[in-house]
Write a protein of this length. Structure first.
Length: 361
């Protein structure tokens, strides 16, 4: 009878635990759904805060003002630097679009005919020359001929523009969140170390430092690669007298920062250079521009992983793999995750895994 009662009690307790676990899981899942829209901005806020923390600390010592005031001014200036050009550019695009539609309806658009050099462009020269000539001769008929394609691509362009605006406002939100983390840096660090201490024990401080250094290494690497590529692209464009070379140089830097290929900008510029430069100079510029556009593959091993107590290859693989899995955010999350996994794996190999994983007492 006692055995039966004990068994019944065990079943009752187990069932009660199961019910509580299910209810807790439902509550946690519901909380996750509520917070899900904020996960990406919060992660970006953490990345920005960790990357900017050394700069804020230096400015705090240099300017001798309260950290909260300094962070507020810095974040407001950063948001203004992001929103003001966005507003001006949007206003310019809207006005230009209205003028373009008006000119199209009135027939005031005049397209100059192509030069004979266009025919000499490799592979696509003849086709571009004939299309350009037809457009210069009768713009309306040419546009009507490509109406389905123009409609499709205009929808894609509009979608891309709205997506870009959404990303900009998301980045503004991330900056605001980063400001909160920067103002309360000590509390954030203590909270992160407390979580790590519950998981890995006494090495929580070391691992939190490793996480921060990895994020800063990747951020500096991304920015460094962007500056190098933009600088060399600008030099080539200035030599070839490309109009608005400085604007295209900044565009290359922006694309490289968001991990898009620089050839998106350099490709059309190469085609434009072939339209007015002699074939030899244009070909040399094309080869140079392609090398500059593809140089990030060579530069990443040089810039990523500096100053981190983890092999550069681990950071590089984490950043590239994370980017392939989760986009630009994965650059940082992947690098940090693989760096921490590497440290844990090396501790296991050396026989210290129990010490690494034992919670602090």
């Amino acid at each position: 009878m006692t055995n039966n009662l004990n068994r019944d009690e065990i079943i009752s307790v187990a069932f009660e635990i199961l019910i509580k676990a299910i209810l807790l899981g439902v509550i946690m899942y519901y909380a996750f759904l509520i917070l899900k829209p904020f996960i990406i901005p919060v992660l970006w806020g953490i990345i920005l805060a960790v990357s900017l923390a050394p700069l804020i600390t230096k400015l705090e010592k240099l300017l001798k003002i309260k950290r909260t005031m300094l962070v507020t001014i810095f974040i407001l200036l950063s948001i203004s630097a992001l929103l003001v050009p966005t507003y001006l550019l949007s206003e310019s695009v809207i006005d230009s679009s209205k003028e373009l539609v008006t000119d199209l309806k009135s027939g005031n658009i005049v397209i100059p005919p192509p030069t004979e050099n266009v025919k000499e462009w490799p592979i696509v020269g003849e086709k571009i020359y004939s299309l350009w000539s037809a457009t210069a001769t009768n713009l309306e008929d040419t546009l009507m001929k490509f109406k389905p394609q123009l409609k499709e691509y205009s929808q894609k362009i509009a979608s891309m523009i709205f997506g870009t605006l959404g990303s900009i406002f998301g980045f503004v939100l991330a900056l605001a969140i980063a400001g909160v983390f920067l103002a309360k840096a000590d509390s954030g660090i203590n909270a992160y170390q407390s979580i790590l201490r519950r998981i890995i024990g006494d090495d929580a401080v070391e691992w939190s430092i490793l996480s921060a250094m990895t994020i800063r290494s990747v951020a500096q690497g991304v920015l460094g690669i962007a500056i190098v590529q933009a600088t060399f692209a600008l030099i080539g464009m200035l030599i070839m007298d490309v109009p608005f070379a400085w604007i295209w140089g900044f565009a290359v830097m922006f694309l490289t920062i968001i991990q898009l290929p620089a050839l998106i900008i350099l490709g059309p510029i190469i085609a434009y250079v072939f339209s007015y430069a002699d074939p030899t100079s244009a070909t040399i510029f094309a080869i140079y521009a392609v090398i500059v556009g593809a140089s990030d593959g060579l530069l990443k091993p040089i810039f990523l992983g500096r100053g981190v107590d983890v092999p550069m290859l681990v950071i590089l693989l984490g950043a590239i793999g994370g980017m392939m899995l989760s986009g630009i955010l994965g650059l940082f999350v992947g690098a940090v995750g693989l760096a921490l996994s590497y440290k844990l794996f090396m501790a296991w190999l050396s026989g210290d895994v129990k010490a690494e994983m034992e919670p602090a007492k």
